[in-house]
Design a protein around this ligand. Sequence first.
Ligand SMILES: NC(=O)c1ccc[n+]([C@@H]2O[C@H](COP(=O)([O-])OP(=O)(O)OC[C@H]3O[C@@H](n4cnc5c(N)ncnc54)[C@H](OP(=O)(O)O)[C@@H]3O)[C@@H](O)[C@H]2O)c1
Length: 233
Amino acid sequence: MRRVLITGASAGIGRATALELANPETSFVLNARSADKLEAVRSKVLNLGSPQVEVVRGSVADREIVEIIGTVMSQLSGELVVINNAGTAAFGAFHEADFEMWSDMLCTNLTSSLSVIHRLLPLMLEAGGGRVINVLSVAAEHVFNGAAVYSASKAGLRQATKCLNAEYRAKGITFTSLLPGAVDTDLWEDGKCPPREQMLTTKAVAEAIAQIVNTLKDRVVEEIILTPPLGIL
Ligand SMILES: NC(=O)c1ccc[n+]([C@@H]2O[C@H](COP(=O)([O-])OP(=O)(O)OC[C@H]3O[C@@H](n4cnc5c(N)ncnc54)[C@H](OP(=O)(O)O)[C@@H]3O)[C@@H](O)[C@H]2O)c1
């Protein structure tokens, strides 16, 4: 049996990952802010045979929501898998960016992921193991104009992932960074974007996440860079 937390499960990569991992051996805690979309994902996952699918609606930037996520995860059983996927992106000249906007982006992409890990580590230590997958971006290492804060959030979590691996791997808890290139999702809705037909599909990213989740315990996938056929767009 397995219990999987997915933050940002209402759309895009998170939704596709829930559908990819759904099966009779896997229960879920699904988090995002949009109630209707989350409920729709929950129904689909239940139809695919998952025995228990709990929804925790609210911002992962809210510590009370993270506390509830931890409590609900502790009430399920099975191997613990945490997929930190919730994220926002905004691009443009840094000197013109609104403080609230960019500090919220840092909080959602970086602080909230660490907050989820911090809440769930005691549970994983008690269980004697667990797997954490952080959905980052090629922006964690590649330089894009107008992406200073988004890149900082992803690069910061990438380095934290490496440190956490060093700290907890001997206790059976592993951390993986997944760095996708452009993926065809609503994340691009507000801005100029590369041609959508050249982007990765959410299913391709979800399949990569499923491979990490299903990795045998005799090895650790520390990082995966997954790009579209034409490379970084
Ligand atoms: N699309 C790309 O090209 C691309 C490339 C590399 C990496 N990524 C990363 O992939 C992850 C998923 O992005 P996506 O492309 O699938 O985007 P998306 O379709 O916009 O989905 C983002 C998800 O995150 C949720 N979310 C946003 N803020 C949240 C918050 N404060 N609390 C809880 N949930 C929140 C959204 O749900 P609600 O609005 O309902 O809360 C939604 O479910 C992000 O971390 C993104 O940085 C994306």
